[in-house]
Design a protein around this ligand. Structure first.
Ligand SMILES: Cc1cc2nc3c(=O)[nH]c(=O)nc-3n(C[C@H](O)[C@H](O)[C@H](O)COP(=O)(O)OP(=O)(O)OC[C@H]3O[C@@H](n4cnc5c(N)ncnc54)[C@H](O)[C@@H]3O)c2cc1C
Length: 437
């Protein structure tokens, strides 16, 4: 392969090469990726060279920015694919007048948030800095600004792609539609142009209580969420934190019930809206204060370094006092297997965007051994069963577990339309995506 790809500026690693084991690793250390080769693209021209080569030797190509979404990759299919790492496509161009950002396929949310923040702007991104913009946007993308501006995918204005024949072109309207939340199937996006939003005043942070307060804290979240303005977003989490120095001393090594909140607007309004929550007794920590736009991807404190993780999400039709009780109970019953249980407030612009469920639940645990993985998945299945009364039929693509019925995440007929667009641009299934149905 090295002879056939002499012009690849990035690196290439094959099974047996000393570099292969490092190269094949993604952010999620629980996923043992063993592709036929790993190519590190440094440019869109590299992407074209890899795609043409893959065609010539009849291998598939699996684009990967960071590997945050690797849990949903078909690992058997990956053995017959070149894993195309795009981290080298890391250019960011901000146009402050047009309020747009054009980013390479390997840019992370943290890097984009920093670059946009320098102009007082922010795109819709998720809550973790190490997630790739490409996978997040192409899969839908929910973050702090989603209640005011919708899914990250809705802010996708233009894209440059490499198609299965190795050609490079701007995405036409059909393709752009498919890229807005369809998972990027059928092409490799080399760059994305995203809308940026002005953010003048932001207030946010985390308030944490001992884990036993979970039901009481979630009930407060439910009440505050009932008439929260769209500029306020809440995430409730029950977390088992490791004893690491980077974690603030009051919560280090503890099981906590926490609320992370972000309010985009005047500080007095934020303080007023959050007062009932922050007044809930027994808090161990309250980091709420003024934050900048770049902090949007860091305020939740998600792990930045690779970790072994397994998890899955579901959408709630409603959050009633009974749902609160059931969630607190499953969190407690699975305190060993689930290191995180999250309830994320949706609504606002997301509902106008077609995602009508008011809350998303995500549960996750360690995947550092087959036993831990099995325990996490069994606990997740139990959560699904016990919350079934309140769950919505749809599951966001980015939260689907392996083998999930991805089509269920889409409005009637939408998945079929996406499949038709994919069949038209990639009839031979050259590209291997997460949820490759
Ligand atoms: C710690 C953590 C926090 C998260 N937080 C959020 C959050 O707040 N909000 C949210 O919405 N989601 C969140 N997610 C889910 C995340 O958005 C998805 O896992 C997403 O797919 C990750 O994108 P990536 O590029 O980093 O991952 P990758 O594994 O690199 O890519 C995932 C998939 O995207 C597709 N893809 C990637 N690049 C391209 C490309 N250039 N062209 C075509 N297809 C491509 C491929 O199918 C690939 O398999 C989180 C995940 C983790 C692990």
């Amino acid at each position: 392969m090295t002879q056939i790809l002499p012009d690849l500026d990035g690196r290439l690693a094959l099974p047996g090469d000393a570099a292969y084991d490092d190269a094949r690793r993604g952010w999620n250390l629980a996923v043992d990726q063993r592709p036929a080769a790993v190519a590190h693209a440094a440019s869109a021209v590299d992407v074209q060279a890899v795609v043409r080569h893959a065609r010539a030797v009849d291998l598939r190509v699996a684009p990967q920015a960071t590997g945050h979404g690797s849990e949903a990759l078909d690992l058997d299919a990956l053995r017959g694919a070149i894993l195309l790492k795009t981290a080298g496509l890391d250019a960011i161009a901000i146009d402050p007048a047009a309020r747009t950002a054009t980013v390479g396929a390997g840019v992370t949310a943290g890097a984009l948030a920093e670059a946009a923040a320098a102009h007082g702007l922010a795109p819709v991104l998720g809550v973790a800095p190490s997630v790739g913009v490409a996978g997040l946007v192409l899969g839908g993308g929910l973050g702090w600004l989603s209640r005011t501006h919708g899914r990250a995918a809705s802010g996708l204005l233009a894209a440059e792609v490499v198609t299965a024949d190795g050609e490079r072109r701007a995405a036409d309207d059909d393709l752009l539609l498919a890229l807005r939340g369809g998972g990027g199937r059928g092409v490799i996006a080399t760059s994305l142009t995203l809308a940026l939003h002005p953010v003048d005043e932001l207030f946010g942070g985390m308030v944490a209580w001992p884990g036993e307060h979970a039901a009481e804290v979630l009930e407060q979240v439910r009440r505050v969420a009932l008439d929260a303005p769209e500029c306020l977003s809440l995430i409730f989490r029950v977390l088992s934190l490791p004893p690491l120095d980077v974690i603030p001393a009051p919560i280090r090594g503890r099981r906590i019930a926490a609320v992370v909140a972000v309010h985009a607007g005047p500080r007095a309004d934020a303080e007023h809206a959050l007062a009932p929550l922050r007044a809930t007794g027994g808090a161990l920590l309250d980091t709420c204060g003024a934050i900048g736009p770049a902090d949007l991807v860091r305020v939740a404190g998600d792990p930045e370094q690779p970790v072994p993780a397994r998890g899955e999400g579901l959408l709630l039709r409603e959050l009633t006092p009974a749902t609160v009780g059931a969630i607190a109970a499953v969190a407690d019953d699975h305190r060993e297997a689930l290191t995180v249980l999250e309830v994320r407030q949706l609504g606002g612009a997301l509902a106008r965007d077609g995602l009508t469920a008011p809350f998303q639940v995500f549960v996750g645990g360690a995947g550092d051994s087959p036993e831990a993985t099995a325990a996490t998945l069994a606990a997740a299945a139990d959560v699904r069963a016990r919350l079934a009364r309140w769950t919505a039929p749809r599951v966001p693509l980015a939260s689907c577990g392996v083998g999930a019925d991805v089509a269920r995440g889409y409005a009637d007929g939408a998945w079929e339309r996406l499949a038709a667009i994919r069949d038209a641009v990639d009839p031979d299934r050259r590209f291997l995506s997460q949820h490759d149905e």
